[in-house]
Design a protein around this ligand. Structure first.
Ligand SMILES: Nc1ncnc2c1ncn2[C@@H]1O[C@H](COP(=O)(O)OP(=O)(O)OP(=O)(O)O)[C@@H](O)[C@H]1O
Length: 590
């Protein structure tokens, strides 16, 4: 008559001993409430049957008093049971949240002193992305399936940790407590009715087994696979929503926004389909279970003779009602089991205080067919002209760029240098049309062609998606096969990832080193480089030798395109035709 013994085991590991005592108390109050209800039905039925015989009123006096008492007790006990149950569960949740947050915090101190290793993710200190991996991968103990498919991006994991912990409330209040109460009430009722009328006891036992064990088991089995798929689909939906929100500028800059939105919408539709299917399973088993009390009452009325028949039949009806909710609860419990497993693994990982950065779970290999790249990219003859451009960010008094004039002829390679905050990134944003110009004009771009088709590349706020290497380079755009992606990776100085296209890179590239992240962004820019290639510190995070090599191959890959590169490295400057110096929003040369 329990929905699932293993759920109970999981719960018992999550709640402390003090909470168990409170929960047992709430359970006993639940049993008392149900017994009062059954007593009320039984006594009232007996009274109606007896009243039909028109006895003296005194013969009914005790029954009348008992009916009133049972009714009062039932109401009072139900209130006390709800109070005790919710009090116990809220205490469990408060304790659990503290332990979960402690588990989330613990690994950070465990590894933060490790020495960073260039070009490697091992041994570096934790950042926000790593923390999401802890909550997602839990020191390598939680796989993609455990996380619900998305393998844990920050927003996704945070909301999931919160809802996973809240799931404990559902498991206890709608699963474990009702199952225990139903088991005790059912056993007591079968024993009591069986003692009066063995045949009625047998019928009741059979009905309760069907409604309280068989149907919940069936519901659990039928929904088990669907629940895992729902958890995975929900994770995917949340992860891509977070990713699209974080990376919207990047997706727009590459013209990939419609595809990314399509992908997110497709994931949403899949989740809706899975949830509808699970709801159907719950409705079917719940509906069948709802028939059982009535069938029990009819069965007992037919099996028993005499005036006891209606009393026993209605008592059986009341007992049957206690087990009816278990069938649909079992369907929901299947889904909650995954949440409990994640919370337990998280607590275990927290106490183990380990972080395993090496876990990289391959995604499904995706292939894209080769189609022609946008035609404008085949023409490499665009220069850029800025005439008196002033940019002021909303809320800022000082202009980020002031009356800037700049002429970059087609095919020129220009380095942009200057101190931090001088306006270098803003200059690239102006060329790419990513910021509004207060005054002046950006000239040289053809009418009727989106600016991103002409000028784009690696920007200061570039986003790495919580997706595979392939998806991060191609951004779900059609027309780039794996060879093209590998070529771009090689041009960007990241050839070793050519064989690892299916690897997930973590939230905003959390599984990559700073230099690898930057080169991944460079590969994205080089995959289908626009005629005006803009690169904001493409070699940031690399040692000088690696930075030289990457810049050299990237410029070679850029061919005769116009290239504008923001750099802090003096050594880079020899590779450029012009050097533009930005200081406090104004331009100078060399
Ligand atoms: N989104 C924004 N909102 C408000 N002010 C901004 C914004 N982005 C940049 N700024 C301001 O504009 C100025 C120029 O910023 P910009 O990022 O272009 O400098 P930068 O030369 O690229 O600096 P760094 O080398 O540190 O990246 C700075 O004073 C900066 O604080």
């Amino acid at each position: 008559m329990t929905t699932d013994a293993s759920v109970n085991t999981s719960v018992s590991r999550l709640v402390g001993a003090g909470a168990v005592v409170r929960l047992v108390f709430a359970g006993l109050l639940g049993v008392a409430t149900e017994l009062a209800g059954i007593g009320l039905i039984g006594t009232a039925t007996w009274m109606i049957v007896r009243a039909a015989e028109q006895p003296p009123l005194a013969a009914l006096a005790v029954a009348i008093a008992a009916v009133r008492a049972f009714a009062l007790f039932k109401g009072g006990l139900r209130y006390a049971e709800r109070l005790a149950g919710h009090d116990a569960v809220l205490r469990v949740l408060a304790d659990l949240r503290t332990r979960v947050f402690a588990a989330l915090a613990e690994p950070a101190s465990g590894v933060s002193t490790a020495a960073p290793t260039a070009g490697s993710t091992a041994g570096r200190s934790l950042n926000a992305g790593d923390k999401s991996d802890i909550s997602g991968h839990s020191g390598g103990q939680l796989g993609r399936a455990d996380l619900g498919g998305a393998a844990g991006s920050g927003g996704d994991v945070l909301s999931r940790v919160v809802s996973d912990v809240d799931a404990v409330q559902d498991v206890i209040l709608r699963g474990v407590l009702p199952a225990c109460v139903a088991a005790l009430v059912g056993i007591g009722a079968v024993a009591g009715i069986g003692a009066v009328e063995p045949l009625a006891g047998a019928v009741l036992a059979a009905g309760l087994l069907v409604a309280g064990v068989l149907l919940p088991w069936l519901g659990h089995v039928l929904s088990r696979r669907g629940s895992a798929a729902i958890a995975a689909a929900r994770g995917d939906v949340t992860a891509s929503a977070v990713d699209v929100v974080h990376g919207v500028a990047e997706l727009a800059a590459y013209g990939a926004l419609p595809r990314a939105l399509d992908r997110a919408a497709g994931q949403g539709r899949r989740l809706a389909r899975l949830e509808a299917r699970a709801a159907s399973v719950g409705a079917v088993v719940g509906g069948i279970a709802a028939l059982v009390p009535a069938l029990l009452a009819v069965g007992i009325a037919l099996a028993v003779d005499g005036s006891a028949a209606p009393v026993l039949a209605l008592i059986a009806l009341a007992v049957g009602e206690v087990v009816v909710p278990l069938a649909s609860a079992a369907v929901r419990q299947s889904e909650l089991r995954a949440a409990l497993a994640r919370v337990r693994a998280l607590l275990a990982a927290g106490s183990a205080s380990r972080v395993d950065h090496a876990v990289v779970v391959p995604d499904k290999p995706g292939q894209t067919g080769r189609v022609a790249a946008p035609q404008v990219h085949d023409q490499h003859e665009w220069g850029v002209r800025l005439a008196g451009v002033t940019v002021r960010y909303p809320g800022s008094f000082a202009a980020a760029l002031e009356r800037v004039d700049l002429d970059i002829p087609a095919g020129r390679r220009v380095a942009v240098v200057g101190s931090s905050g001088a306006g270098k990134s803003t200059l690239l944003d102006v060329i790419a049309g990513r910021v509004e110009v207060e005054q002046g004009a950006v000239e040289g771009f053809p009418d009727g062609v989106e600016r991103w088709r002409v000028a784009g590349g690696v920007f200061a706020d570039a986003h790495v998606f919580h997706a595979t290497v392939r998806e991060n380079v191609a951004l779900w755009r059609d027309g780039f096969d794996d060879d093209a992606v590998r070529r771009a990776l090689t041009d960007a100085g990241l050839p070793e990832y050519g064989d690892r296209l299916d690897e997930l890179v973590g939230e905003d590239g959390a599984k990559l080193s700073g230099g690898q992240r930057q080169r991944l962004l460079l590969a994205r820019a080089l995959l289908d480089a626009p005629p005006v290639l803009l690169l904001d510190e493409p070699t940031e995070g690399l040692d000088p030798a690696a930075a030289d090599a990457v810049l050299a191959t990237a410029l070679r890959a850029a061919g005769d395109r116009t290239v504008v590169v923001v750099t802090h490295r003096q050594a880079d400057l020899a590779r450029f035709d012009d050097v533009v110096r930005v200081e406090a929003g104004r331009l100078g040369r060399g």
